[in-house]
Design a binder for this molecule. Structure first.
Ligand code: AMP
Length: 190
């Protein structure tokens, strides 16, 4: 099973990915987590991207594509993976398509978590208050920036995957369990 979870920050991608990891024994590949780990380790990549993350901007397509290319080759991805936070631009989606083609791998689905923007802002402001110490980019300002970046650079992927007949949409404003069961129903059908 290989899929993409698509949705703005605060839509619940991480929460849903965790369920899928348990149910399907596949790996969650969160590019945000990978980058935060690099920042915490103060690696070369980490030092390069620290400021970008803090500002809520996107790191370069090249860097992120090479991270993913290395990662999906590893043994723990043999059963499949959930891409959480990647792709985030059309260029990344094109690169992913080429990468998977070159390995004769397909994507089973692109699942969009559709959310109400106004409510989302409330949700992410709440998260900002609760997790200011956990994530330095979870302050209200950076979150708003991330939402704007999502709208501009990532939302076009909805049309991109829609045109390719791969997009499945779930109402992400429902209770967490209902979102999870809707996703499961979609995955059973693919
Ligand atoms: P996330 O945890 O997915 O919200 O990602 C946190 C931050 O990591 C983002 O605000 C970006 O700065 C960076 N990031 C994560 N994934 C990507 C990606 N696919 N392309 C560019 N930047 C990314």
């Amino acid at each position: 099973m290989r899929l993409i979870l698509l949705g703005p920050p605060g839509a619940g991608k991480g929460t849903q990915a965790a369920f899928l990891v348990d149910n399907y024994k596949i790996k969650q590949l969160s590019t945000g987590d990978m980058l935060r780990a690099a920042v915490a380790a103060e690696s070369e990549v980490g030092l390069k991207v620290k400021g970008v993350l803090e500002r809520g901007e996107l790191v370069s397509d090249e860097l992120i594509v090479s991270l993913i290319a290395d990662r999906i080759e590893q043994d723990d991805c043999a059963n499949g993976f959930i891409l959480d936070g990647f792709p985030r631009t059309i260029a990344q989606a094109d690169a992913l398509g080429e990468l998977l083609n070159s390995k004769s791998m397909g994507l089973d689905a692109v699942v969009q978590l559709a959310v109400d923007e106004g409510k989302l802002l409330e949700r992410i402001e709440k998260r900002a208050r609760e997790s200011a110490e956990v994530r330095s980019d979870d302050n209200a300002e950076a979150l708003k920036k991330r939402l704007a970046v999502y709208r501009e650079q990532t939302a076009p992927l909805i049309e991109y995957y829609g045109e390719r007949g791969m997009l499945k949409t779930v109402d992400g404003m429902q209770a967490v369990d209902k979102v999870a069961s809707d996703i499961e129903a979609i995955l059973k059908a693919v």
